[in-house]
Design a protein around this ligand. Structure first.
Ligand SMILES: [Zn+2]
Length: 320
């Protein structure tokens, strides 16, 4: 089926760089993580991308853009946050297809950390049914009789936590866990130092993503600089190599980062940064606001169609 899929209709003209966003690659589908891809679907996508695109790391693609030598149809596979399955599940697939990816790591979660969204999922997976009563934590009561109920509860709880300030959110998560204690929450979701080194040694680029995954616009300019520089320095010390690229946490222009942050990254010596604004990067693109997007659908036909639609959005939204 892959051979019959083509990119007929791909916009002609200047070379274009498509940068894809992934977070996790699950060993098998997980009903409580419907937004995450599993190994089989990822392998199909990597095979398709390797057939139709020149796949590059973000640092290499930015250098090619800067030097006017971007291949006609270039793409980057990127992973955000630093999940262990980037090494255990995604890497073997990438290696089979000779592809190098870019992994943006929030260093504060390395070695056993857990992001709040994952804590919610793993908590709701483990609570006894049929009703989750979180009134003691001021978080309402939720039906958890079926998998569908649990997924609805996950979404509701994530929304309640998402917009809290980081310290307040940590405290609220602690109240949630105290209200209905569960055991066995996983402590191996994120990369360890050793896994991170293996990823880098295998040829993948490791980029910055702050320490605590704090949205830069919620910090003072000094605070943002500290989060970015400290994350970068930790990665550089662990890997013994300079860190060239950065992914803005959440990544939406204006709301999550501004022109001052882009200038600050340049000043700190980064060569490129990626947003989560869709579109492709053309020659002359702002290397500190490279667009990225999440194209996948349930089928490879949908995946290819979405990549093409994204490539037609020639002017990504950016801050100026
Ligand atoms: Zn992230």
């Amino acid at each position: 089926m892959l051979a019959s899929l083509s990119l007929l209709g791909w916009p002609r003209g200047a070379p274009a760089l498509s940068i894809l966003i992934y977070h996790r690659v699950l060993p098998s589908p997980d009903a409580l993580r419907p937004g995450e891809i599993d190994a089989a679907r990822f392998e199909a996508q990597v095979a398709f991308l390797a057939r139709h695109f020149t796949l590059m790391t973000v640092g290499d693609a930015a250098a090619a853009l800067r030097e006017g030598r971007l291949p006609a149809r270039a793409a980057c596979i990127t992973f955000d946050d630093g999940y262990a399955d980037n090494w255990t599940v995604a890497h073997p697939i990438l290696a089979r297809h000779g592809v190098r990816a870019t992994v943006f790591v929030a260093t504060g979660f390395l070695n056993g950390g857990r992001m709040f969204s994952d804590t919610v999922i793993e908590f709701v997976r483990r609570v006894p049914g049929p009703v989750l009563d979180l009134s003691a934590a001021d978080m309402g009561t939720h039906a958890v009789a079926t998998v569908e109920d649990r997924l609805t509860a996950v979404t509701a709880l994530q929304v309640q936590l998402k917009y809290l300030a980081p310290a307040e959110r940590d405290a609220q998560v602690a109240r949630m866990l105290a209200a209905v204690p569960v055991s066995g929450l996983p402590e191996d979701l994120m990369l360890s130092d050793a896994q991170l080194r293996e990823l880098a040694q295998a040829g993948h680029e490791i980029g910055g993503h702050t320490v605590d995954h704090t949205v830069l616009t919620t910090l003072t300019p000094e605070g943002a600089r500290e989060q970015v520089a400290r994350g970068r320095d930790q990665l550089a010390a662990l890997l013994g190599r300079p860190i060239r690229s950065f992914a803005y946490p959440n990544g939406r222009p204006v709301r999550d980062y501004d022109a001052g942050h882009a200038a600050m990254l340049r000043e700190l010596g980064f060569e490129a940064a990626v947003s989560t604004s869709p579109g492709v990067a053309l020659p002359g693109a702002d290397l500190f606001q490279l667009p990225r997007y999440t194209p996948w659908g349930d089928s490879m036909t949908m995946f290819a169609a979405r990549m093409m639609r994204n490539a037609r959005m020639r002017r990504p939204f950016a801050v100026v």
